[in-house]
Design a protein around this ligand. Structure first.
Ligand code: AP5
Length: 179
């Protein structure tokens, strides 16, 4: 789903209930930025503009984390990925087919409010949580990420994520309990 739809919020609940290994592509990218590497500096500029980082970089980071954790994992929950159809194609070709895709449907105006509110209250500054970058992130989401739903139509469940987090999670559980 779009920026601020509640991916991280629902992933916390999914991990607590099902014990999957949570990998967030955004968190992995922010960790790379924090590491101070040359690759990290280039990533920060891209994220600040609300664009997608090159798909090879994201896949490398995800694959490295999966390899570290595969021997003990009960399954992987990958948050914020695939963000464009090509990422899904590449992941399934090089790693393995995915089991399910969850999409959280929230209108743009609610997304903007949630992200700006998080920026005020979370105490964690992000280069992309400002009004200008949110607009760019929304454009990127509609242009690149929304078509992924159609690509995965046989595996994707859409959940309207406007209710409180625990109510949204009740819908998520219906999907995951059926796996
Ligand atoms: P990423 O870190 O993935 O950010 P995002 O998709 O913009 O999503 P957010 O983390 O902002 O929000 P969320 O959906 O997790 O919502 P949350 O639970 O925090 O990506 C950042 C950037 O990295 C991208 O722009 C791109 O540049 C790059 N990137 C990442 N992945 C990439 C990829 N695969 N390929 C290329 N580039 C990539 O909730 C938000 C707020 O709302 C919180 O305050 C929360 O408490 C509240 N909230 C949550 N649920 C509810 C609810 N049901 N009701 C009311 N409030 C709620």
């Amino acid at each position: 789903g779009g920026p601020g739809c509640g991916k991280g919020t629902q992933c916390e609940r999914i991990v607590a209930t099902y014990g999957y290994t949570h990998l967030s592509s955004g968190d992995l990218l922010r960790d790379e930025v924090k590491s101070g590497s040359e690759r990290g500096k280039a990533l920060n500029d891209i994220m600040e503009k609300g664009d997608l980082v090159p798909l090879e970089v994201v896949l490398d980071l995800i694959a490295e984390e999966m390899l570290k954790k595969v021997s003990t994992s009960k399954g992987f929950l990958i948050d914020g990925y695939p963000r464009e159809q090509a990422q899904g194609v590449q992941f399934e070709q090089q790693i393995l087919p995915c089991t399910r895709v969850l999409y959280f449907d929230v209108p743009d105006e609610v997304l903007v409010k949630r992200v700006l509110n998080r920026a005020k209250t979370s105490g964690r500054a992000r280069v992309d949580d400002n009004e200008e970058t949110i607009k760019l992130r929304l454009n990127t989401f509609h242009k690149n990420s929304e078509p992924v739903i159609d690509y995965y139509k046989d595996k994707c469940t859409q959940i309207v994520a406007l209710n409180a987090p625990d109510e949204v999670f009740a819908e998520v559980k219906k999907v995951l309990d059926a796996i």
